[in-house]
Design a protein around this ligand. Structure first.
Ligand code: DAH
Length: 343
């Protein structure tokens, strides 16, 4: 046996001895690198083959390979044993302590605006209204034109509009859904349409560029201003309390005639006058009116046969009045310290 072959055998013996005392999988990896790795001791012989004489080379090569095979099978066997041992020891130490208290679960809650929207929706569905939805990207035609606001109409300037093009925009109110729904349904119609609206506003305590509205529309035979008054006053008292006073005043919206706005008495000063109500004693909660005959004609409903009323209200404003919130921007700041108060 050549000197080289003896050296190979010696490395093999040492490797096997060291393998026998490896106790964990990390140690096994280290062992593998040391003897079988690219720069390992056994591989070292293969790298120095160039210096071995041609006659000796086959025998040396064979010896290295035989040693390699032997070490590889030895390490595989050892790995099986060590893995089993590792599992055993994990099982022994990883016992679950069933007496530990559980981690508390924090359930989510409904956003305050959604809660108000649900309150509004419930009030009206209890009165037999249906709930519809419409698109936030709206046609100028629906948002303005069919609501008696042709291009150039001064009332358009009240709506600071985000336009996509001359004909498409982000709806500035939910009123276009009066048209969308009435185009589809035949009277009697009793619907509400909640949803997001957008206006290009310089934001402040009472203005946001995104806010909700809830539209309401009733069309039937013999619907009068008295129906509007009764229904909306009942709604306002359901929401704010039966003891509250309700006031209707004339207002102007191009799509209604006559138009009104509805206020409730100020909850802070009980109608005496304070900063919240700008010393008027009243807080406005929605616009409303008898649907303009031309708007009915625009959707193919004969105003000689049918009449109706419509209203639009702002859930943010209603929430602010109901819960004493003084800045509309709070709703969409995602500050959990604020939102969690209404959980
Ligand atoms: N669209 C109006 C607004 O954005 C609210 C409104 C007023 C809706 C009168 C109506 C209505 O349906 O009849 O301020």
């Amino acid at each position: 046996m050549s000197q080289l072959q003896e050296q190979i055998n010696r490395v093999k013996e040492t490797a096997l001895e060291e393998l026998a005392v490896v106790t964990d999988l990390t140690g096994l990896d280290e062992w593998r690198i040391k003897f079988l790795g690219k720069k390992g001791e056994l591989t070292g012989f293969l790298r120095s083959m160039g210096a071995v004489s041609a006659e000796e080379r086959p025998a040396v090569g064979q010896a290295v390979n035989a040693a390699k095979v032997a070490l590889e099978s030895a390490v595989d066997e050892r790995a099986v044993v060590l893995k089993e041992a590792a599992i055993e020891s994990n099982l022994a130490s990883d016992r679950v302590d069933v007496t530990l208290p559980g981690r508390p679960v924090t359930p989510g809650y409904i956003h305050i605006i959604n809660k108000t929207l649900r309150d509004i929706t419930e009030s009206f569905t209890a009165m037999g209204f249906q709930v519809y939805e419409g698109p936030e990207v709206e046609l100028d035609y629906y948002n303005f034109e069919l609501l008696n606001m042709p291009p150039g109409h001064p009332a358009r300037s009240m709506h600071d509009t985000f336009y996509f093009s001359e004909s498409t925009l982000l709806r500035t109110h939910t009123s276009p859904n009066q048209i969308r729904v009435a185009e589809k349904l035949q009277p009697p119609i009793r619907i509400i349409v909640p949803g997001k609206c957008y206006r290009s506003e310089a934001t402040d305590a009472t203005h946001e560029f995104m806010f909700y509205q809830c539209e309401l529309m009733v069309v039937d035979k013999n619907v009068t201003l008295a129906d509007l008054r009764g229904t909306l006053a009942d709604f306002a008292r359901r929401l704010f309390g039966q003891e509250r006073k309700v006031r209707f005043r004339c207002d102007y919206f191009p799509y209604v005639e006559p138009g009104v706005d509805l206020s409730i008495d100020c909850g802070v000063c009980k109608g005496v006058g304070c900063r919240s109500c700008k010393y008027t004693g009243w807080l406005e909660i929605m616009g409303a009116g008898m649907i303009h005959p031309q708007v009915l004609r625009n959707v193919g409903i004969d105003p000689e046969v049918y009449s109706g009323y419509a209203a639009g209200m702002g859930p943010e404003r209603i929430s602010m009045l109901k819960y004493g919130i003084d800045d509309i921007r709070q709703f969409y700041r995602n500050d959990l310290r604020f939102l969690s108060q209404f959980a």
